[in-house]
Design a protein around this ligand. Structure first.
Ligand code: C2E
Ligand code: MG
Ligand code: MG
Ligand code: MG
Length: 280
């Protein structure tokens, strides 16, 4: 009967599922509109050279506040966009914005890379490399100013599709660099370090956040930095929130760091202000 506990449970579960589906459908619908009206925003988070303190890269991160839904975080937005295919539209939007912005900063006399996050799904498109190069040409942004962050999830599929690796090589030949993002969290890290044209390892923020709490994490972090360096890669730590964490990373020989300790992701105008303060 309906009074059975199990019965009630099923009812409430399906209500929750129903709600989630509704939210997903609403997000999809509103996202389509937001993309149409170019209502998404790009925030940038600086990454600094650990020795000079200069900004060497800024990471472009999507931001979306919808009139009806409110703020939708990337952690909710990106998986839905990947599922629906709208990730391609987000990718082109981010790429174009990032290229325009990189050029603006270059013209103002600042030379650093802008890094964008791309999903594996976007590289399944055989014309991805071509369309990235087209955007560079269209915006006038030099390829050397563009960096692309991929995750191990990306790498996993890249192995299955050698055309993805070919596209990466093509972009690399043009001067675009690749970062293996969230390094250390997947199970293919070491393998992909060998087969993908990677320039930088970005160690996942979960390691940084437990750095001071665990001696094991300290040893692991130190080891990962050494491993990356010995393979000729640059190593970046993300999620750096305190001076104590930063100090340890310096002793490990980490090249760069990114995190709230330096700055949270901010508007391009705020980056310009930071630049004027830090490296004029
Ligand atoms: P990610 O690429 O690993 O980016 C780092 C995330 O950590 C960002 O979250 C950033 O705001 C956050 N973060 C930075 N410093 C700190 C810190 O010191 N402490 C803590 N606790 N967090 C910090 P965000 O912007 O919410 O993005 C989450 C993820 O969503 C990104 O992880 C990335 O995988 C994805 N993402 C964001 N924007 C895009 C995009 O335009 N395209 C794609 N495909 N994915 C994106
Ligand atoms: Mg990233
Ligand atoms: Mg990351
Ligand atoms: Mg992440």
């Amino acid at each position: 009967t309906v009074r059975e506990a199990g019965g009630n449970k099923i009812v409430s579960l399906s209500t929750a599922t129903h709600k989630a589906l509704n939210r997903k459908a609403l997000i999809e619908k509103r996202l389509l509109q937001a993309l149409d009206q170019k209502n998404l925003k790009v925030f940038y988070q600086p990454q600094i050279d650990i020795v000079s303190g200069h900004i060497i890269t800024v990471e472009a991160l999507v931001r979306w506040e919808d009139e009806i839904i409110g703020v939708v975080s990337p952690d909710e937005l990106i998986p839905i966009a990947e599922e629906t295919g709208l990730i391609n539209n987000i990718g082109s939007f981010m790429l174009e914005k990032a290229c325009e912005q990189a050029l603006t900063w270059k013209k103002a006399g600042y030379d650093f890379k802008v890094s964008i996050n791309l999903s594996v799904r976007e590289f399944r498109d055989k014309n991805m490399a071509k369309s990235i190069l087209n955007t560079l040409a269209k915006t006038g942004c030099p390829a050397s100013l563009l960096q692309i962050e991929i995750t191990e999830k990306f790498a996993l599929e890249a192995e299955a599709a050698s055309s993805i690796i070919q596209q990466m090589r093509k972009l690399e030949n043009e001067g675009i660099t690749f970062v293996l993002d969230d390094f250390g969290t997947g199970y293919g890290s070491f393998k992909y370090m060998q087969i993908l044209p990677i320039d930088t390892l970005k160690i996942d923020q979960t390691f940084t956040s437990s750095l001071l709490k665990s001696e094991k994490t300290q040893k692991l972090m130190h080891g990962m930095v050494q491993l990356g360096k010995s393979m000729g890669l640059k190593v970046v730590a993300e999620g750096v929130e305190t001076a104590e964490q930063a100090k340890l990373l310096v002793t490990y020989g980490c090249d760069a760091m990114q995190g709230f300790y330096i700055s949270k992701p901010v508007t391009p105008e705020e980056i310009t202000t930071l630049l004027v303060q830090k490296q004029s």
